[in-house]
Design a protein. Sequence first.
Length: 416
Amino acid sequence: MKIAVEGCMHGDLDNVYATLLHLEKVENTKIDLLLCCGDFQAVRNERDLESLNVKPKYRSMNSFWKYYSGQEVAPIPTVFIGGNHEASNYLWELYYGGWVAPNIYFLGYAGVIKFGSIRIGGLSGIYNARHYHLGHFERLPYNESDIRSIYHVREFAVCKLKQVGEPIDVFLSHDWPLGITDYGDWKKLVRHKSFFEKEIQEKTLGSEAAAELLDKLKPPYWFSAHLHCKFAAAVQHGEGGSVTKFLALDKCLPGRQFLQIVEIESHPGPYEIQYDEEWLAITRKFNSAFPSTRKPAQLGCGHLLDLQDRQWIRNKLSIRGIKPFDFVQTVPAYNPSVPMLNSSFYGHHRNPQTESLLELLELPYLLDNAPESRELAQSPMPSFFRDKSEGSQGTLEDDCDEIPIDDIDDIEDDDL
């Protein structure tokens, strides 16, 4: 199977797909799948721009809306994770994953799917220690703090991914695993990105959460983006252990290294996106512990699935089928012939894909309840979840995003 890996998309779908089609033509080959490592920017219309955390001068529609509206169709099946420059209101509708447009699939805030016989996992967002242990307290309309914290990785998502016991072939994260530079040519990296050297020396460059998942999952391939450069590394897991080939890529700009074609052994097709049985079982097991407040919560990440959990999912999929639910538009698409609307907030939309998945799993919908008054699922709360902040104020001051690489574009204006 030939897989194209792309760094940061930044809404430039037209140019990425044109580049891939050109490669197919000149090299007389067929690319089976495109993986994007974040900053996808699935902006459907002008209102989505209000939830896109970029500087005003970069706030533009770009080209995703064409694919959302049906004016264009992705020529290659596409799977992506979220980064730190996203239309977070739309991705929140698809917290568990789903189609953002025909042939373009979002892995969710955390997720695992199958494409043919290849198993693909991913973690959306970037790591920030101040929000890692908190719940998803952000609600529309986002204020200046929440529009940033909404894309910060939560421990809840990482705990779910730590439950995965079956092998993962490919894993995606937006920011790099902490310490990954120890396994590649970091001196060459800092010759081009000198401002990384201090963080590399202090071992603060990257995500602690991603490093934990790398150590736990040990996938053969791990792809990232975020830092707008190409960097390769090879991580050997213990003496004589398996090796993870790591590759980070740039963003889509002329002359930049934003694409890489990799060939991965796979069973013959058909190649199509399918639900993953183990991941659905994990999702069902954890959903009643979905955290929704600013209070820290303690999560035990021991393996919790049993044969009954898997069999329940297997029975459901044998009846319903393994393909994800169909794409559905939830808001009007951008129309370039109509003047841009004045800012006019509208609230959360329940995406039919999410509703259908939760109905399949017999779970309640928890994404639009008020964060301070949410009632957890009626099913018993797993014993691994315990609120450890009783009596605390449960509030944070406005987040200043102290981690320097939180918004790398602010450092690298010349890159945009």
